[in-house]
Design a protein around this ligand. Structure first.
Ligand SMILES: C[S@@+](CC[C@H](N)C(=O)[O-])C[C@H]1O[C@@H](n2cnc3c(N)ncnc32)[C@H](O)[C@@H]1O
Length: 246
C-alpha cells in the first residue's frame, strides 16, 4: 500500500464526516415543525418517488398550466423563484419566459427532486435555472431581489409556515409578488386529497398576518386558486421572530 492509497480514503472519510456534521448541525438548529397552523392540518411532504405525477401528460388538460403561466405577469429579465419546484415542471417553463437575461431560482428540500430537475434542464438545454437546496424553514433566497415567487401545490406542505413566509417576504423586490396556487378546498369536484387543498378563507387567515397583502386574484383555473400577494408596507414584524403559533 503506498501513501496515496492511504491518503485518499482518509480524505474521503474527512469529507464525509465534515458534511454529515454540517447537515446534523443544521437539523439540530431547526425549530420544531407544526402539525396544525391556524386550524389547518399541515400535509406531509410529497416524496420524490411520486415525481412522475408532476409531469403527467394529462396535467395541462386537468390544470390548464398554460393559462396559469400567461397570467403570471412574468417578463424577460426577471428573477423568479419556483418554490417547491419538484422535478422542475414549472421551472423549465419559467426559464423560457424570463429568457437569457433572467433567472429561475428553483428551491426544494429534497435533493432527489433537484437531481431530477437538473437532468430535465440538461436535456432541454436550459442554463438559467439555479437549483437551491432549502431547509424546512429557510428557502435560502437572496434578500430583496426576487420579482416573483411561484408556489404551486406546496404551501400547504410547509411545516414551518411562518418562517417560510417571513423568508419569502424578505426576498421580494419592492414590487415583487408571491403567487399562491392551491387546489380549491371549496370545490368537491377537484379530485385531490383534502389535506392537499386549501380554501381562500384559510389562505387569507394565514398570509396577511405574516406581512403579505392580497393584491390580485385569477379565478379561471379549473382546479386551483391563484392568488397574488405583495409586501404589506405597514407590516411590523414581531420582534421575537416567527411565533410558531398553532
Ligand atoms: C406537490 S410537489 C409540487 C411540485 C411543483 N411545484 C409542481 O407543481 O410541479 C411539492 C414540492 O414542494 C417541496 N417542499 C415541501 N416543503 C418545502 C419547503 N419548506 N421548501 C421548499 N420546498 C418544499 C417538496 O419537496 C415537493 O417537491
Amino acid at each position: 500500500m503506498n501513501a496515496l492509497t492511504v491518503k485518499f480514503p482518509l480524505a474521503a472519510l474527512v469529507l464525509f464526516l465534515t458534511t454529515s456534521f454540517a447537515a446534523a448541525q443544521e437539523k439540530a438548529q431547526l425549530p420544531p415543525g407544526l402539525q396544525f397552523y391556524k386550524g389547518r392540518e399541515i400535509a406531509q411532504t410529497m416524496s420524490y418517488h411520486g415525481a412522475r405525477w408532476l409531469t403527467r401528460d394529462r396535467r395541462e388538460r386537468e390544470e390548464r398550466c398554460s393559462l396559469m403561466w400567461v397570467n403570471l405577469g412574468v417578463k424577460p429579465g426577471m428573477t423568479v423563484c419556483d418554490m417547491g419546484c419538484g422535478n422542475g415542471f414549472h421551472s423549465l417553463q419559467l426559464a423560457k419566459m424570463v429568457g437569457p437575461k433572467g433567472k429561475v431560482l428553483a428551491v426544494d428540500i429534497q435533493p432527489q427532486m433537484l437531481k431530477l430537475l437538473n437532468e430535465r434542464a440538461k436535456e432541454a438545454k436550459v442554463t438559467n435555472v439555479k437549483p437551491i437546496l432549502g431547509t424546512l424553514a429557510d428557502p435560502k433566497l437572496p434578500k430583496g431581489e426576487v420579482d416573483m415567487i411561484l408556489c404551486v401545490d406546496v404551501y400547504h406542505e410547509f411545516s414551518h409556515p411562518e418562517h417560510m413566509l417571513n423568508a419569502m417576504r424578505d426576498s421580494l423586490s419592492p414590487e415583487g409578488r408571491v403567487v399562491l396556487v392551491e387546489y380549491r378546498l371549496e370545490d368537491p369536484e377537484v379530485p385531490i386529497k383534502l389535506l392537499h387543498k386549501m380554501s381562500k378563507k384559510q389562505i387569507l387567515k394565514e398570509l396577511p398576518p405574516n406581512g403579505l397583502k392580497l393584491v390580485h386574484q385569477f379565478d379561471r383555473l379549473p382546479w386551483q386558486h391563484m392568488m397574488f400577494f405583495g409586501r404589506d408596507q405597514d407590516f411590523v414584524p414581531d420582534a421575537s421572530g416567527a411565533s410558531g403559533s398553532e
